[in-house]
Structure formats: structure tokens, C-alpha cells
Design a protein around this ligand. Structure first.
Ligand SMILES: NC(=O)c1ccc[n+]([C@@H]2O[C@H](COP(=O)([O-])OP(=O)(O)OC[C@H]3O[C@@H](n4cnc5c(N)ncnc54)[C@H](OP(=O)(O)O)[C@@H]3O)[C@@H](O)[C@H]2O)c1
Length: 257
């Protein structure tokens, strides 16, 4: 099957592409590095020719939540429009566990708009809500680390490896659209500050991690478990400790220098 992956060069998207290739599928990357801009629609129609499914793992994190919201809503509208014209039958949209339980947090408000745009059709859509990735502390450190110090928000998470999530997303993409939101997470709940310290140690970096208290209701919700999967969520290994023993943590480019 030909499967398109929006954000197929990203942290999880590249593992979606790899998982599909390992199962013998023809994987098409929709990303600006590959000449496709989902927000403007540039290059989308020819790239989607012959595709049966789209997995949307594209992302824009911005200090301006309105910019993220615009990216997700415009990008999703283009995927629906060009996907329908190309005969696509299923859109799988990646979202985040617990976003409706963290009131007032801008990026999560944008993700709720992303979900709504995906469910608005016309393509039948499945929303997959994942917990933070094992790679998430490294993604934050790549922004907050300055030599000997780094900052990390205090939050509880039940992280999943992006490589594992890539396989789960391909499996879901091959199945029928599911009107229910599907939750996917890792095997154990952890503290993000502890995870960041372990990532730095494994990467041979000596920076100290300073915990940040996200203010107000969003911060309280993140610290008190709003981002953990609910009952019935699909939980997949490896554990964070097992993952740290492998090489994926070192392959994560922002911590290299
Ligand atoms: N990170 C986490 O822990 C986590 C947890 C749960 C869910 N999620 C969700 O998972 C998704 C992917 O997150 P991520 O952390 O893997 O993202 P990421 O590493 O930041 O990758 C973003 C991807 O989006 C692509 N992209 C950005 N702008 C684009 C545009 N205009 N047109 C086409 N492609 C564009 C980028 O490729 P180019 O630069 O080549 O365009 C890149 O491949 C997001 O929806 C996020 O909310 C993330």
C-alpha cells in the first residue's frame, strides 16, 4: 500500500516511514525538505497520487499558540482536500493524551483544534492520542540547554518510544477508521525532570537540570497526572530505562554538540 506521512522527517514521523518500509509499504514523505508544504498546499497533490492513507505527524511548536493552531487547521484542511481528490480513504492524526484536561495551555488548545479539523472531514479520520515520547526531554533540552544549565518543566508523563509509536501508527493506518480517540502510551509513569537528567547522563553532557514550575492551572494539571493515559489505553514498551540503553537516544540530533 502507498502511505503518505505528513512530517515524515520528524521525531516520530521518520519512524512511521521506517515501520511502513519494514512491512513492505511504499512510503511517501510530505514535508518541506521533500518539497511539500501542507500549510500552503504546495506540492501536495502530486505527492498524494496513488496514496490510500495519510498519517499526519507534522508539527509546529510556537510561543504563539495562534500560529500552531493556524498550522494545524490549515494543514489538515489541505490534507482533506488533496487527499479526497487523490482517493485517500483514511486520515490518521497524531494528538496528545490529556490535552482536554490541561486548561488554558496554548499549544494544547491548538492540538484540540487540530483534532476538530481532522474530524470535520470529508476524509474519515482516526485520532491517535499519544503520551510524550521518550525523545521529549531531549526535544525540550535542545531549546532550554545553555552549556552548564538546562530547564525542564515539572510534569508527570508515561512516555513511549517514538520508534514503537511509528509501528503502532502504521498498524492503525492499515485498519479501518475509528471514531473513538485511541490512547497510546508507554509502560510506566515518570517525572520529566528525572528523565531529562538521565538523558544528559547517557549523552555524556554535564549540564544541571533546573526544574520549572509551569504556573497556574495548566502547570498543576501537568504535575498531577493529567497527561497520563486513562483506563483502556494501549501501553507499549520499551521502558524509558531500556530505551536509554539503546542508540535511539544518541541519534537524536539536538543533543549532539
Ligand atoms: N513530541 C512528543 O513528545 C509528542 C507526544 C505526543 C504527540 N505528539 C504529536 O506528534 C506530532 C509530531 O511531533 P514531533 O515531535 O515528531 O514533531 P517534530 O519532530 O517537530 O517534526 C515536525 C515535522 O513536521 C514537518 N513540518 C513542519 N512544517 C511543515 C509544513 N509546513 N509542511 C509539511 N511538513 C511540515 C517537519 O518537516 P520539515 O521541516 O521538512 O517540513 C517535521 O517532519 C505532533 O502532532 C505532536 O503534537 C508529540
Amino acid at each position: 500500500m502507498r502511505i503518505a506521512v505528513a512530517g515524515g522527517t520528524g521525531t516520530v514521523g521518520k519512524y512511521v516511514v521506517l515501520a511502513g518500509q519494514q512491512s513492505g509499504h511504499d512510503m511517501v514523505v510530505l514535508s518541506r525538505q521533500h518539497g511539500v508544504d501542507i500549510q500552503s498546499g504546495k506540492g501536495l497533490a502530486p505527492a498524494l497520487e496513488g496514496c490510500a492513507v495519510i498519517v499526519d505527524a507534522a508539527n509546529l511548536v510556537s510561543p504563539l499558540a495562534s500560529k500552531s493552531a493556524k498550522f494545524f487547521t490549515e494543514g489538515t484542511a489541505h490534507l482533506h482536500e488533496a487527499g479526497t481528490a487523490a482517493g485517500v480513504s483514511h486520515l490518521v492524526t497524531l494528538s496528545i493524551v490529556g490535552i482536554d484536561l490541561v486548561p488554558g495551555y496554548g499549544y494544547y488548545k491548538a492540538k484540540l483544534k487540530h483534532e476538530a479539523a481532522a474530524l470535520a472531514g470529508p476524509l474519515p479520520a482516526t485520532i491517535v492520542r499519544a503520551t510524550q515520547f521518550h525523545e521529549f526531554p531531549a526535544q525540550i533540552l535542545s531549546v532550554t540547554r545553555r552549556g552548564p544549565i538546562a530547564f525542564m518543566p515539572r510534569m508527570r508523563s508515561q512516555p513511549i518510544s517514538a520508534r514503537t509509536l511509528g509501528h503502532v501508527l502504521v498498524e492503525i493506518a492499515l485498519g479501518p477508521p475509528n471514531a473513538e480517540r485511541i490512547e497510546v502510551g508507554g509502560p510506566e509513569a515518570l517525572d520529566m525532570v528525572d528523565m531529562a537528567r538521565l538523558v544528559l547522563k547517557r549523552s555524556g553532557k554535564r549540564s544541571s537540570v533546573i526544574p520549572l514550575r509551569v504556573p497556574g492551572k495548566p502547570g498543576r494539571a501537568m504535575r498531577s497526572g493529567a497527561l497520563l493515559p486513562g483506563e483502556g489505553g494501549r501501553l507499549e514498551g520499551p521502558t524509558f530505562a531500556e530505551w536509554l540503553e539503546g542508540d535511539d537516544v544518541l541519534a537524536f540530533h539536538p543533543l549532539r554538540p
